[in-house]
Design a protein around this ligand. Sequence first.
Ligand code: GAL
Length: 690
Amino acid sequence: MSRMLALAALLPLCAIPSAAARPDPAATGQAQFERLWLGSAWYPEQWPEASWDADLALMARHGANVVRIGEFAWSRMEPREGEYDMGWLVRATRLAAKHGLKVVIGTPTDTPPAWLTKKYPDTLRVDGNGVRAVHGGRRQFSISSPRYREFSRLIVGKMAGALGREPNVIGWQIGNEYTDESYDPAARAAWHAWLKAKYGTLDRLNDAWTTRYWSQTYSDWEQVPFNNDKANPGWMLDLKHFITQTWVDFQKNQLDVIRATAEPRQFITTNLGGLGWANRFDRYAINRDLDFASWDAYVGTGHLQPYRMGATHDLVRGWKRQNFWVMETQPGFVNWAPVSNMLYPGETRAMAWQAIGHGSDAVLYWQWRNALNGQETLHGSIVGPDGKPLPVYDEIGQLGREMAKASPVIAGTTPESPVAILQDYDSRWAIDFQLHHKDYDQIAVLLDYYRPLKDRLGQVDIVAASAPLDRYKLVVAPSLNVIPEALAKQLDDYVRGGGHLILGPRSGMKDEANRLHTQRQPGPLAELLGGRVEQYYALDEAVAVDGGTARIWAEQLSTVAPDAEIVLRYGKANGWLDGKPAAISRKVGKGRITYLGALIDDASMQRFLETALAGAGVAAEFAAPPDVELMRRTGEGREVLIVINHGRETRNVRLSGAMQDVLAGGSKTEVTLAPEGVAVFQKKTQGAEK
Ligand code: GAL
């Protein structure tokens, strides 16, 4: 049965402070945000040159305007040491131009050629158990090897020389899906040098890691272990910082070469995979040197999980606090999932529109056409081994026509929200190192806050804990375990200045060395809160909290300041928690700080957040029918609404007023969406079509 629910008025634009980091392609001449981009990964090196034209013509026919090439083709670019052939890349790039397709060039450092690693085995990665990688797969290189960096510099320099001024090249992707660090001797030396630079003296290091515990005290830098063992949590956090810095340097090695040669209008990015939430290293740090962030949005087994995928897009948007690219997504199915099933008809298109709704300005499929052999021959593609369209081609063609139509309206807009969720790699690592409850999944905890906020607001930002927060009326930190003094000061200022900060369980337990704060949680924010955590409990059974339940984790709170209020109380619980405060809150300065000490059920969370939104003065006005997702992008006098029915039932959506239907045309006050249905509306502004 279809349902009719009203979508109340969109939030007035004035409720949202203007974007601090709105992309301005005009300033750099870079192309990434000037229009919506559609394309795929194409591997001309795998096919006879005579077939290229037909491939590119078919891409153009389904509406592609960009193609990504090169990222695994090192052995084709440098078949023998020092013998370079960039001619084919230039020819492919120019042929793409003939078909109206711009080109993104990938550097091939994910796949060194066999001659290189055979002759120079020190360029091969060594895993945490001391085992050296072999040729035959990918990612077998060491990110720490100075020799590998030198070879990378040379090949990337040749590429930049050949393509850095090529008019049809709009940008570069460095490497591909950074993944594995290395534990080879060069990496070990770099680790010790990094520690020395950070701490200066071993006394400082010993103090930060509390090494008197278990006689871990070091009297020589060489004694400090280097492997991937689960060890001292201070050591583990530093290892993560070191690995992050190694990737930053690995990337910068190539970035500097490209920047020195290529025209500044050519952007530089990399595609970060790992389903977005991966945390082998800090992705804010990786993105700092790049022009914008890109990632790979895959579903794998099953179907799109709209909240999780949407939140992942928001995470990626938060890496640089600006729009981003989906550099890879699946044209129907993958080859690596436990069940690599096909998406429903229309789901591929709906996924693309969801990405755009969350701030992506590009959707590129992986891949155009499968290699006839190699590890990924069964992956979804857009054309078959015969080079002819597969069934999903037409769906992508529909998307291509729609993106072309919507591009002038959407380009230059970005999602904005009055509410942010904080995501912090140090905290994620610190909790994961000492989980305490096997089911404490920080992404699930974050999504528990995200879902009700997303339903009511359409957009939610997910940003680093250190991001500027003044534009937000409400900031939620679901698991901000590590709160150094400087961050505490910033959050304190935010609250006193009029913001509302909600801290979730486990917040403020650790300092920057992953050491326990000597003040009880939330550590340096306990005074501001006017209360604290008396004790934390990993729960083996659910406990009652004000009409609902808490699972997995619950903390017994207490108020210290007379003006601190108790917001939630445990009911009959595990004895320790009975009747004790589960959430406390305090008005301070112009703002408010709230601490919620338990993982509560969905209905309780919804009530808790409704109260918080109302208290923070956020107009929570969306009420979409079930399974319907609403996304809003705004920009210079424009407001675009993207509506998707992710469910299996037809839904009617009534708009808050007449809006321009960008895809179907005409002015609408309501729309009927079949399963996987998508509509794009532009809010009428003065002078728009009647
Ligand atoms: C990505 C990777 C691509 C391809 C794809 C298959 O993670 O970047 O090269 O392997 O997965 O789904």
